[in-house]
Write a protein that binds this ligand. Structure first.
Ligand code: XMP
Length: 513
């Protein structure tokens, strides 16, 4: 059975993914498509409602973006946001002009007054902050529409034509700055589009398992398991669906955190699958010997990973399908809507043209990260695995500044495990997005008992961020830092100093290398 679907047509706005997430959070399935979608494609998609995103342009400009002709005659509810509110006005007989400084140009948080008789604003407060970002103004509202919100500067903040089920808002209900924005989206979905809320991860899991079984038949599937959230959930889904027909290759490059390799292996033992854990520790360390330059380390690790995977693939022989954990943000960002156009190495850094497979299957390609985590929980993967913070492919090698050796890896693993343990004990792990220890390339003088020491300095790093493009250092309480520091110097041999990194990104990066 198919889910009800909302279509999000992207007119070049920045918040397309955010709108999609809000809709999914309301248990309604949706997809983001470019505004160039044809009328026939829209009909084939068969949405219960369409949301037009914002866009950077002015609707009256020559090359601005417009939807397929005939879209307003489909008898499907439409919600136009920001640029697209003006798009509704422009196409349906209103008039949009450039706003002047004092009549209607608005940026940022703006007190807005809502007409609660409009379905979009039903059961909401009459007044609240909304997030505006528009330089144009609906001078004339189209015939058949009524005004449903205003602000101090702008009389025309929202419009609707309830008979034709068209709604427009100049502000952005999808961003958190708009008070009750999510409720407005929910109202559109449930009160205007008559959504039933049939999008749940449990339902998705059952359907996905069924689809995988049908597609794979008696074939064989190969999957590169890294232990990260996406590849783990992908593996669990295939394991559930086809058991023994799945082969997971887990390349243990020896640059993992304490116990991590064993944890990954243990988590997948409950399924009857072929799990190949390749112990390639020595091989990676040999190749990294004497290498200090960060980018060179990354390159060596990436290359070596592919070599090991290739060798294992050859041993296995003919495989029909390659499974990958590509997720929806990767798909939207790369603008690739079509599974066939995504090459095998799109997601895993150079994987593997050599394996003789018929097709790539990417069952997570329509899911957001939080949905992937939810699916992992449904599949009964352990919580620590599903909620795990990001861990870079090159692993601890880029957290050891300078040359990587077994001795340094051992020190770092212990220090990092203590840091993570204390953060969990203090119940702080959900208040930070990534936290870890790094081994500086610096030895310093210390004193222990009556003796002088000359040992390594460990650096702790923790960041709070939404997208990892920018990040703030986390204000960890001093008493927690104190416990971490004293445990590390007491429990980890050859460490006599602990530093806490208090730089944000930019100018720093999250990782040290
Ligand atoms: P930076 O250090 O660039 O990190 O601020 C941002 C995010 O990306 C992760 N990261 C990597 N992930 N391979 C990966 O798979 C890499 O080479 C790599 N470098 C950084 C980092 O852990 C953080 O989440």
């Amino acid at each position: 059975m198919q889910n009800q679907k909302i279509l999000i047509l992207n007119f070049g706005g920045q918040y397309d993914q955010l709108i999609a997430r809000r809709v999914r959070e309301c248990n309604v399935y949706c997809e983001v498509k470019p505004y160039t979608m044809t009328l026939q494609e829209i009909k084939d998609f068969n949405p219960i409602g369409i949301i037009f995103t914002g866009g950077p342009d002015s609707v009256y400009k020559e090359n601005s973006y417009h939807p397929a002709e005939g879209i307003f005659e489909l008898n499907i509810p439409i919600l136009g946001i920001c640029y697209s509110c003006q798009l509704l006005a422009h196409h349906l007989g209103g008039k949009v002009v450039a706003a002047g400084e004092d009549n209607a140009r608005e940026y940022g948080k703006t007190i807005t007054f809502y007409d609660n008789t409009c379905l979009l604003f039903e059961d909401l407060p009459e007044e609240g902050v909304s997030w505006m970002s528009h330089g144009d103004y609906m001078e004339k509202v189209p015939k058949g529409f009524k005004l449903t919100a205003h602000s101090e500067k702008c009389p025309n903040v929202a419009i609707c034509d309830e008979d034709r089920m068209f709604y427009g808002v100049q502000f952005h209900p999808e961003v958190n700055h708009t008070a009750n924005g999510k409720k407005m989206i929910r109202n559109f979905l449930y009160k205007v589009c008559n959504a039933v809320g049939d999008w749940t991860m449990e339902g998705y899991m059952h359907r996905c398992v069924e689809e995988i079984r049908q597609k794979v038949g008696t074939g064989q599937v190969l999957l590169a398991l890294s232990g990260g959230v996406d590849s783990s959930v992908c593996a669990a889904l295939f394991a559930e669906a086809i058991g023994k027909q799945l082969t997971c290759v887990f390349v243990d490059h020896g640059l993992l955190r304490k116990k991590e390799g064993d944890e990954v292996e243990a988590a997948f033992r409950r399924w009857d699958i072929h799990l190949i854990r390749v112990d390639a520790k020595e091989r990676f360390l040999n190749r990294l010997a004497g290498v200090t330059e960060p980018e060179q380390k990354r390159k060596i690790i990436g290359e070596e990973f592919i070599r090991v995977f290739e060798e294992e693939g050859k041993k296995i022989g003919q495989t029909d399908f390659l499974a990958q954990g590509t997720i929806y943000p990767d798909v939207i960002e790369s603008g690739k809507e079509n599974a066939e156009t995504i090459k095998s190495h799109h997601n895993v850094g150079g994987l593997p043209d050599f394996v003789d497979f018929k097709e790539i299957i990417e069952p997570l390609r329509l899911l957001f990260k939080d949905e992937v985590r939810e699916l992992g929980k449904q599949l009964k993967l352990p919580k620590y695995m599903v909620m795990r913070q990001p861990f870079p492919g090159p692993g601890l090698a880029i957290r050891i500044i300078g040359e990587v050796t077994e001795e340094k890896l051992e020190i770092l693993r212990e220090a990092d495990a203590i840091f993570r343990d204390e953060i969990e004990k203090a119940d702080l792990e959900n208040s930070m997005n990534q936290y870890f220890a790094a081994l500086t390339n610096m030895k310093t003088v210390g004193v222990m008992g009556d003796g002088r020491t000359y040992d390594w300095a460990i650096a702790l790093r923790s960041v709070t961020t939404e997208d990892f493009m920018t990040a703030d250092w986390t204000r960890i309480p001093y008493e927690v830092l104190d416990r971490v520091s004293s445990r590390i110097v007491n429990e980890v041999p050859h460490v006599n100093r602990v530093l806490y990194d208090i730089t944000s990104k930019p100018p720093s990066t999250v990782e040290f290398e």
